[in-house]
Design a protein around this ligand. Structure first.
Ligand code: HXC
Length: 257
């Protein structure tokens, strides 16, 4: 399939989506988001793919939603068109998805990264929610996901001042899972993704679903959900294989069954 704003490739069991709109620092125009969604659908339906990596360039993961596209929108365009709905496919992706972030991840770029399961950041990454400088506020999760990840105080600081934070601060705050040297970003992200893809896909998907559930519900309900899903894993062949392999001191061969 031909894409204009992204590059899509499979590296073994890992599907890689690279935002590739360098003239606009990967600003997330609607056609780009449509392409990301097509690529996600392709990888979700591909049995060979066990994990997805979403990345950008060395200079920018994404410098936000496309300001030029948004600048003339009316309230009715925004309300009836609801272009942000399209972005949610990333957060609805059932296979594990890692954001590999170098350079700017601002506004919608930071929000898109937060829709992924975790963020691996290059040491040159810069995160921020500068929407207030444009006379708006974050609209794709910046006031919600960021607050859950870094807490109210830091989320308020970022959303109200519009300042950027570097990778080290982002890791310290809990936004980012790990920071790696910029030159190693893709190697490290692919290594993590390949490791995940080497496990049982249904078990990885259920694990993701269970962690995500913790955001949506109370501790009691979340624990109940976790227990149910954990019990259900004993109906899988991969549980039998994983535990037998440990007992027999060999590597497991997961079959995704
Ligand atoms: C459209 C953008 C853009 C954006 C950069 N460009 N960010 N175009 N939308 N978000 C374009 C510039 O217009 C310019 O195009 C080219 O990319 C290079 O950008 P420069 O500004 O010349 O680069 P630099 O001086 O290195 O500065 C980098 C930057 C700056 C600090 C990242 O570009 C910047 O502040 N960008 C906007 C960041 C931002 O406010 N993001 C939030 C957007 S609102 P030309 O044609 O002039 O060369 C948002 C809301 C989401 O995301 C709500 C939910 C959907």
């Amino acid at each position: 399939m031909g894409y204009e704003h992204i590059r899509v490739e499979s590296k073994g069991r890992v599907g890689v989506i690279t935002l590739d709109r360098p003239q606009a620092l990967n600003a997330l125009c609607t056609p780009l988001i449509d392409e990301v969604n097509q690529a996600l659908t392709q990888f979700e339906g591909d049995d060979k793919i066990g994990c997805i990596v979403l990345t950008g360039s060395e200079k920018a993961f994404a410098a936000g939603a496309d300001i030029k596209e948004m600048s003339e929108l009316t309230y009715m365009d925004a309300y009836l068109g609801d272009f942000i709905t399209k972005w949610e496919q990333v957060s609805r992706t059932r296979k594990p998805i890692i954001a590999a972030v170098a350079g700017y991840a601002l506004g919608g770029g930071c929000e898109l990264a937060m829709m992924c399961d975790f963020i691996i950041a290059a040491d040159n990454a810069k995160f921020g929610q500068p929407e207030i400088t444009l006379g708006v506020m974050p609209g794709a999760g910046g006031t919600q996901r960021l607050t859950r990840l870094v807490g109210k105080s830091k989320a308020m600081d970022l959303c109200l001042t519009g300042r950027m934070m570097d990778a080290e601060e982002a890791e310290r705050s809990g936004l980012v899972a790990r920071v790696v040297p910029a030159d190693d970003l893709m190697t490290e992200a692919l290594k993590a993704a390949d490791k995940i893809a080497g496990f049982s896909l249904p078990i990885a998907m259920m694990t993701k679903e269970s962690v995500n559930r913790s955001y949506e519900t109370t501790l009691t309900e979340g624990l109940r959900f976790e227990r149910r899903v954990f019990h259900s894993m004993f109906a899988t062949e991969d549980q039998k294989e994983g535990m037998a392999a440990f007992v027999e001191k060999r590597k497991p061969q997961f079959s995704n069954k």
